[in-house]
Design a protein around this ligand. Structure first.
Ligand SMILES: *Cc1c(COP(=O)(O)O)cnc(C)c1O
Ligand SMILES: [Zn+2]
Length: 452
């Protein structure tokens, strides 16, 4: 049950609260164990009333956020907590569980951009983070709120999630940092070795189930009905509050200018919803005056959002997700569908898909220009190529691709590509190591053959 808000003294709890995304009445404390609307069952969102935030001018906000961007002053050195007034203003310093996530590099992909016909191409490398994916941004917020709940005597004693790999790595790390037990549900045999070993190392209770992600999700929902285990999947909208900082961070890194396009690989649709939420906040506070166009990139093997988009979003389509190299987006029944429809509709956005061969080729091609891309980033880059070829993205457009994880988590994919052993993939950019005798003449001959 929702506690009455006025039973808590912090004044900003009156201005930051959960509310139903479908518009039902009711404000729920973000420190209550509640994930969906008690009236209609829709997802909740953390709402920040705008009026208190409008007491600062856009310029004052810009200066404040910029001034914190590279500090080591606790907790502002975190890309998330550097925006704490926009995230969870009522969180006490001592309950912030942070490893200074965020503030990831946004770099100009000059050579790849020229090859693809969009020279003003930028990569936001969210994989350069504590556990190697953007999931850290959401988990610092969720675990911090749990720590504050526990400090206030809540019945919560552990956190749990179903995961396609990166969510569990982030949850396990932040829970371990805070000393809170974590229970992880993984689809057996469907995550990479690196993704599996991370929560194991962090001491989480790792349960591998003989099902897919959607099956794990059904079980975790059942298990967390008991309020002592707190659900950390992205239907918990606390994570969205942390993840929304990535869009704000991109704008800050561009000196408060808005790019034309942002392309992001999507599965459960939490991250694109978060991206939009950050931009909406900046619009409402006057920091920006237009929206970037958002592009959701899906793998063809798990493309329910693409199918729904083709259908004009007339109805939510679910599919049975198939095996894909892009395992973190192998999701057939996305939980944040409604929020993501808003994100696409309000930004004149696009949903596009990529095949296994297209995503692998796009990833390998990017690597040849100095990157080390995960397969999900490959999906986004393949979609970028399609939209450039179709003339949707113009050569002069400033375009950002969100790289969601570090390629080093997916070495099996890289090895398979360069050994030409991946199913349904033609390894056209394969560059396998060659075995050469340890003899200078043989080595010189090999170099000669290659460099001419
Ligand atoms: C979780 C994840 C995604 C998809 O994010 P959603 O919020 O589920 O849409 C994409 N890429 C990587 C690497 C991820 O871990
Ligand atoms: Zn409702």
């Amino acid at each position: 049950m929702s506690l009455a808000l006025d039973s808590k003294p912090d004044t900003d709890q009156l201005t930051t609260y959960f509310r139903c995304i479908a518009g039902c009445p009711g404000k729920h404390s973000i420190y209550d164990v509640i994930y969906t609307c008690p009236i209609c069952g829709s997802l909740l969102e953390v709402h920040h009333e705008r009026e208190p935030l409008q007491k600062r001018t856009p310029l004052q906000w810009q200066q404040l956020l910029s001034s914190r961007a590279s500090t080591s002053i606790w907790p502002y050195g975190s890309g998330v907590w550097g925006m704490r007034e926009w995230v969870i203003p009522s969180l006490a310093d001592e309950n912030v569980v942070s490893m200074f996530e965020g503030n990831t590099n946004l770099f100009w992909a000059e050579r790849l951009g020229k090859q693809l016909g969009v020279p003003d191409l930028w990569i936001k490398l969210c994989g350069n983070s504590h556990t190697g994916s953007f999931k850290d941004l959401g988990m610092t917020v969720l675990v911090s709120v749990v720590k504050q709940m526990m400090a206030q005597g809540s019945p919560v004693k552990a956190v749990a999630c179903a995961s396609t790999g990166d969510t569990s790595a982030a949850l396990a790390a932040y829970a371990a940092y805070a000393g809170i037990p974590a229970v992880i549900f993984l689809p057996a045999g469907k995550v990479s070795t690196a993704q599996l070993i991370q929560p194991v190392c962090n001491g989480a209770h790792v349960l591998a189930l003989d099902t897919d992600f959607d099956g794990c999700m059904r079980i975790v929902k059942e298990v967390t009905k008991d309020n002592s285990i707190y659900l950390a999947n992205s239907m918990n909208s606390l994570r969205i509050e942390g993840q929304k900082t990535v869009g704000i961070e991109i704008i800050r890194q561009f000196e408060w200018h808005v790019p034309d396009w942002i392309i992001i690989p999507v599965g459960n649709l939490g991250n694109i919803s978060a991206l939009y939420k950050g931009f909406k906040l900046m619009m409402d506070l006057g920091l920006i005056t237009r929206m970037p166009r958002l592009v959701a990139a899906q793998t063809k093997r798990a493309n329910p959002f693409y199918e729904s988009f083709k259908n004009g979003f007339k109805e939510k389509i679910s599919v049975t997700a198939q095996d894909t190299l892009a395992n973190a987006i192998r999701i057939g029944d996305p939980v944040s569908y409604e929020k993501a429809v808003t994100a696409i509709a309000e930004t004149n956005g696009i949903v596009e898909q990529a095949t296994e061969d297209e995503l692998a080729a796009a990833s390998a091609r990017a690597d040849l220009t100095g990157m080390f891309t995960c397969p999900h980033t490959g999906v986004a880059l393949a979609v970028l190529s399609k939209l450039v070829e179709r003339g949707e993205i113009k050569p002069s457009d400033k375009t950002v691709v969100i790289s969601t994880a570090h390629g080093l988590k997916f070495t099996d994919f890289k090895v398979g590509y360069h050994e030409s052993t991946l199913k349904d993939v033609n390894s056209q950019y394969a560059n396998p190591a060659v075995h050469v005798p340890a003899n200078a003449d043989a080595v010189k001959a090999e170099i000669e053959k290659r460099l001419g």
